[in-house]
Design a protein around this ligand. Sequence first.
Ligand code: ATR
Length: 274
Amino acid sequence: MTNDLYAVVGHPISHSKSPRIHSLFACQTGEALEYTAIQAPLDGFEATVAQFFERGGGGLNVTVPFKEQAWQMAQRRTERAQKAGAANTLYLDEDGRLTADNTDGQGLVSDLCGNHGVELAGANILVLGAGGAVRGVLAPLLAAKPAALTIANRTLAKAEALLALFAPDAGATRLSACGFDAPDRPYDLIINGTSASLQGDLPPLSPSVIDNRTVVYDMMYAASETTFNQWARERGAQQTIDGLGMLVEQAAESFRVWRGIKPVTAPVIAELRD
Ligand code: ATR
């Protein structure tokens, strides 16, 4: 193995689009690298990572259900990984220390602002969910200086815990936490970071959170429109966006961390949509 070998580790992993995305990046940038998918045993993540790097691998992406474990086992964490409490990117630093990074939040913000022209500064944002996925994106969202950011979750205590954790990052943004029953006015942007759609569920929100200026972003993606985006579109949202762009953007940021070159994402997103 050489340090031109990269991989995504998860369980299950066969559905992962990451090998295709990174192969497209490698072709586009002329970087000679190989990127594979590794299914680690549920009780064997750390051993899988250790073996990969002992054999000279260059970097790993980490996906469900190992992102928190990746964060815990790292000897060093970037600032954004520290705040996210989870890692989707691992590499060895110049001193050989296992380093955890998290590019998910950057991926979301790049997709929203760069690919879809959404203005975050001054916006009134509703974020649904308070699990690992939401924790991973709050710091970059707050860094974009929205006027207000409300975290709504089924379990209020988890939204309140995130509020306490991110209050020091809020600056002038009004940061608040609530249950799904509280929001009752239109938002500029609603981001669904719950895993409700995996069970075919919808967060029980008032339809009044959407008007014809609301942009809706579902961090999930699927071959067909997500349940949440369908609900939002039928209620007249201005625009509904799924998480495919975020997936490609977080991959591009990992590629940049490893190789020092940022791939152009638009053609890769277009190819995956086909
Ligand atoms: P992830 O890493 O994907 O964020 P997680 O940490 O388990 O996974 O968090 C899942 C999130 O989706 C939580 O906010 C969860 O709400 P609770 O904190 O109340 O459990 C939310 N969620 C999962 N299923 C849901 C459903 N059917 N309706 C609404 N919210 C749901």
